[in-house]
Design a protein around this ligand. Structure first.
Ligand code: FMN
Length: 212
């Protein structure tokens, strides 16, 4: 059903607004900025203009399908860019203020911004970030419930070495330290947590009721 769209952000004023939302100085600076949109508006219009109602467009199922389309497009876009010798960074930070981003991009109801990609000619060759060993992420037939955090010690030391030796933004950190820290701690109310409300305001996944 092709339920995604891509906005190439070329206007310096809009790039600046998105940079401010993200809080990251490189967003909308060098290179090209693209924002990937979960898009049920187009298919809503098709049905409407052909004289039909919205049908299942406001269900969580269809929203999830559109999300799947959009995320696949993001990864394929990045793979294509890298195959041409370009480099890119996926940007979740553009959603630090989702309601504002909807406004800045002039998004109609039935759409939601999902991820950005900043793409350009790399001026460095960053080291690969070590990934979790396959034994922790790939299973056979059924999900194994037993898990022991101590089994991640080797992986943690790989990650610590990576952060210590990488060219830019060095720090002392490990995987379990990140998961056990600020990224997931309860903190002050965060604009990012408004995403659920913004989804509803956009008319998406309206059949899902958290109080049920
Ligand atoms: C879904 C997602 C969102 C991300 N959002 C941001 C972001 O907002 N800002 C940023 O600098 N990097 C962001 N990153 C990039 C990561 O911080 C990290 O640099 C990248 O995943 C490392 O990938 P690599 O090991 O393949 O180079 C994001 C990555 C993913 C997968």
């Amino acid at each position: 059903m092709q339920q995604f769209s891509i906005i190439h952000v070329t206007d310096p004023r809009i790039r600046k607004q998105i940079r401010e939302i993200s809080g990251q100085q490189y967003v909308g600076a060098n290179g090209d900025l693209f924002v990937f949109i979960v898009d049920l508006y187009r298919n809503q219009q098709i049905r409407k203009q052909l004289g039909n109602d919205d049908g299942r467009l406001h269900t969580t199922d269809i929203f999830m399908q559109a999300l799947e389309d959009t995320v696949l497009a993001v990864q394929n876009f990045l793979t294509a860019a890298e195959s041409m010798g370009l480099g890119g960074v996926i940007l979740g930070s553009i959603k630090n203020n989702p309601a504002k981003l909807v406004k800045v991009l002039g998004l109609p109801k039935m759409t939601l911004p999902m991820l950005g990609i900043q793409v350009g000619v790399p001026d460095q060759k960053p080291q690969l970030k070590p990934r979790l060993p396959l034994q922790f992420t790939t299973f056979e037939n059924q999900y194994p419930h037993e898990f022991n955090v101590n089994d991640l010690q080797d992986y943690d030391s790989h990650v610590t070495r990576y952060y210590d030796l990488r060219d830019a933004n060095r720090r002392i950190d490990s995987f379990t330290h990140q998961i056990n820290g600020a990224k997931l701690n309860n903190g002050d109310p965060d604009k990012r947590d408004e995403i659920g409300q913004v989804m509803r305001d956009q008319g998406l996944a309206l059949d899902w009721d958290s109080k049920k």
